[in-house]
Write a protein of this length. Structure first.
Length: 375
C-alpha cells in the first residue's frame, strides 16, 4: 500500500514539473541544443558587426557590436578625399588676395577659378598666345607677356587692357610685380631685364645675360636674377646697378629666385640644385637638394617649400633656414615646376604639368586636385 502511494506521489511531482517549466523553457532562445539543431556560431564581419546563427533566432541575424566602439555610419562620416576640379588648363600661377580663387593660364586666356564654389569666376581673353603671367599683390592688375614679345597690363575688374609695353625683341619669359604693385619687372631671352612703372614707362634696362628667373625683395629695393650660364646676381631696383654676385651657375626656364620675407635669405632653384645664401655677406647656407625646379618661402616666413626630383618629386616643408624638416606633403607624378602659397599662407599649390595639387599647410591635408578630367 505504502509502495503504491510513493509511486503515485512521484508521478504527480513529475506532472507538476512538466506543467511549470515547459512554458519557461519555450521562452529561452538558448535552450539546450538538440542533435537536429545547428551549433551556435558567432563571427565578425569586415564592418565589425556581429553575425550570429544562434538557435531560436533567424539565421545570419546582424547584431550591433559594442555600442561604444561601433563606427559612425558612412553617411555621417566626413569626407577625407580631395576635391577634384577641372580648370581651363593646368598652368596655375597665383591665388587671389582672399585665397579663395586660383588663377590658371591657358593658351590665350587666364581663368579665375573659385575653389569654394568649384565654378569659373572670370575668364580674361588675350589677343595672342600667352607666354607667362603674374598678378599684383592687391589682385587688381594682371600682367601677361604675349608671343609677339609685348607685355600687357589688364585690370581684373573689367578686363580692360590698361597698357601695352613694347621694348623686348625676344620672348618675355618672366614677369614680377614689386610688393607695392607700383613697378613691373620683365626678363626676356633678348638678354635684357626691364623695370616698368604702371603708366608704361621703362625706368631701367639691365643687361644681365639671358635671364631665366627673377625675384624681388619684400621691401622692393633689390632684384635677383638667374641667368642661363652664370651666377645669381643682385641688383638695385632704384639705380639698375649690380650689387653683387652670389654664386651658383645657370638655371632653367622654370628657375626662380625668392627672398625670405625678413630679408635674410635668398633661395634659387638652379640647374645644379637649390642654393640658399645669406644676403648680408653672400655666404652659402644650404645646397643639399641637387635636382629641383621649384622652391618658395611662405608669406609669413615660417616655411620654405621645395620639390625634390630625385626623391619621387616630393613636396617638402622645412624651416626657413632649411635646417628642420616640418613635413612631406606628398608626391607629384612629374617634376614640379611651380610652387606658390596663397596670400594668407594657409594653402600651398604645386604644378607639374599633369595636375595641380593644393594642400592645407597647417596639417598637410591634400584639399584639391586640378586635372583636365576628373574620374
Amino acid at each position: 500500500m505504502i509502495k503504491n502511494l510513493l509511486i503515485l506521489l512521484v508521478v504527480i511531482l513529475i506532472l507538476i514539473a512538466a506543467i511549470v517549466f515547459t512554458p519557461i523553457a519555450a521562452l529561452l532562445p538558448w535552450q539546450v541544443t538538440r542533435s537536429d539543431q545547428p551549433i551556435p556560431t558567432v563571427v565578425s564581419s569586415p564592418d565589425r558587426t556581429i553575425i550570429t546563427t544562434l538557435p531560436g533566432l533567424p539565421e545570419s541575424t546582424i547584431m550591433p557590436a559594442n555600442p561604444e566602439t561601433s563606427p559612425t555610419p558612412v553617411s555621417n562620416q566626413s569626407a577625407s578625399s580631395p576635391i577634384c576640379f577641372t580648370p581651363v588648363d593646368i598652368h596655375a600661377f597665383a591665388f587671389t588676395p582672399d585665397s579663395s580663387n586660383l588663377l590658371v593660364r591657358g593658351i590665350r586666356a587666364v581663368q579665375i577659378f573659385n575653389l569654394d564654389t568649384q565654378k569659373e569666376g572670370s575668364y580674361l581673353q588675350a589677343s595672342k598666345n600667352i607666354i607667362t603671367a603674374t598678378l599684383s599683390q592687391d589682385g587688381k592688375i594682371l600682367a601677361w607677356s604675349l608671343d609677339d614679345n609685348t607685355i600687357q597690363l589688364v585690370r581684373i575688374s573689367d578686363q580692360e587692357v590698361l597698357q601695352t609695353l613694347s621694348g623686348h625683341s625676344d620672348m618675355v619669359g618672366k614677369l614680377r610685380f614689386t610688393p607695392d604693385g607700383n613697378l613691373l619687372v620683365s626678363a626676356s631671352h633678348d638678354y635684357w631685364v626691364k623695370v616698368w612703372n604702371l603708366p608704361g614707362d621703362e625706368l631701367h634696362s639691365i643687361q644681365a645675360g639671358q635671364v631665366l628667373g627673377i625675384g624681388i625683395s619684400a621691401d622692393g629695393s633689390t632684384l635677383a636674377t638667374v641667368p642661363s650660364d652664370g651666377p645669381v646676381m643682385l641688383w638695385s631696383m632704384d639705380t639698375g646697378k649690380k650689387i653683387k654676385d652670389l654664386g651658383g651657375y645657370g638655371g632653367y626656364d622654370t628657375s626662380d629666385a625668392e627672398f625670405s620675407p625678413d630679408g635674410q635669405y635668398l633661395v634659387a632653384d638652379l640647374a645644379s640644385g637649390i642654393f640658399m645664401w645669406h644676403i648680408s655677406d653672400g655666404s652659402l647656407v644650404w645646397n643639399e637638394v641637387k635636382n629641383s625646379m621649384a622652391v618658395t618661402f611662405s608669406p609669413d616666413g615660417k616655411y620654405l617649400a621645395y620639390s625634390n626630383v630625385d626623391d619621387g618629386n616630393k613636396v617638402v616643408l622645412v624651416s626657413p633656414d632649411a635646417v628642420q624638416v616640418i613635413r612631406t606633403l606628398g608626391e607629384m607624378q612629374s617634376p614640379v615646376w611651380e610652387l606658390f602659397y596663397s596670400p594668407d599662407g594657409s594653402l600651398l599649390a604645386a604644378v607639374d604639368g599633369l595636375a595641380i595639387r593644393i594642400w592645407r599647410v597647417a596639417d598637410g591635408t591634400l584639399l584639391y586636385i586640378g586635372k583636365t578630367a576628373c574620374p
